[in-house]
Design a protein around this ligand. Sequence first.
Ligand code: ATP
Length: 235
Amino acid sequence: MLEVKDISARYGSVKVLNEVSLKVEPGQVVSVVGANGAGKSTLMNVISGLIRPCGGSVLFEGLDLARIPNYLIVAKGIAQIPERRKLFYKMSVLENLLTGATHREAGKKAEKSLAEVYRIFPKLEERQDQLAQTLSGGEQQMLAIGRGLMSCPRLILMDEPSLGLAPKMVKRIFDVVRQLNEESLSVLLVEQNLRASLAMSHYGYVLENGRLVLEGKGEDLLRNEYTKKAYIGVL
Ligand code: ATP
């Protein structure tokens, strides 16, 4: 479904991704885990077209994403749920959700998608007229996911959904990710929370200083001596 091949990216003279390759097969949850500054968000931004790589390619369902303008990537079926939510805080919950349905096909299905989002997150329906800034951190994360779902994606890119949330809310968010996956959505998740993300992933990659250093099934990476020593004790 998604094939990232030898991607390199830089900010000015600083190279932050070095020939990174990964795959997401249909129906999978795939995690990229790593510490602060490893390059996880940059990788997500390359896939969604916000950053153009200086080498390599990204194929989505066989389509080379470099060949289309970046604003069309979402219409092809990829939704990004950015780190720190990036909501429109002075707009209502409903208005935020509707900004997710701007491409033509999503616009036609907006009513149905909204009903789906409210089925998954009943809290958002209760609060649809409230300003996004008045929501709790967990509700804001739900809104960010809901807005992504409004674009009718087949693949969602989730950037640190657990960031800044209490453990109970982290569990709720990860349960939702699992549910969405069971309902046929593929997920590429980047996380510092190794344990929670690898536990629910079909496959995982460990990113360090812009390079992939390890990959394997989620459960195998969790048991791996290197990940245990390097991350599980500290993250
Ligand atoms: P975090 O978990 O802290 O978000 P990350 O793994 O997502 O980290 P990135 O945000 O991709 O990492 O950052 C990778 C490296 O690139 C870091 O050294 C960061 O300081 C640098 N970087 C990120 N964005 C920019 C930018 N716009 N300009 C210059 N350097 C940047």
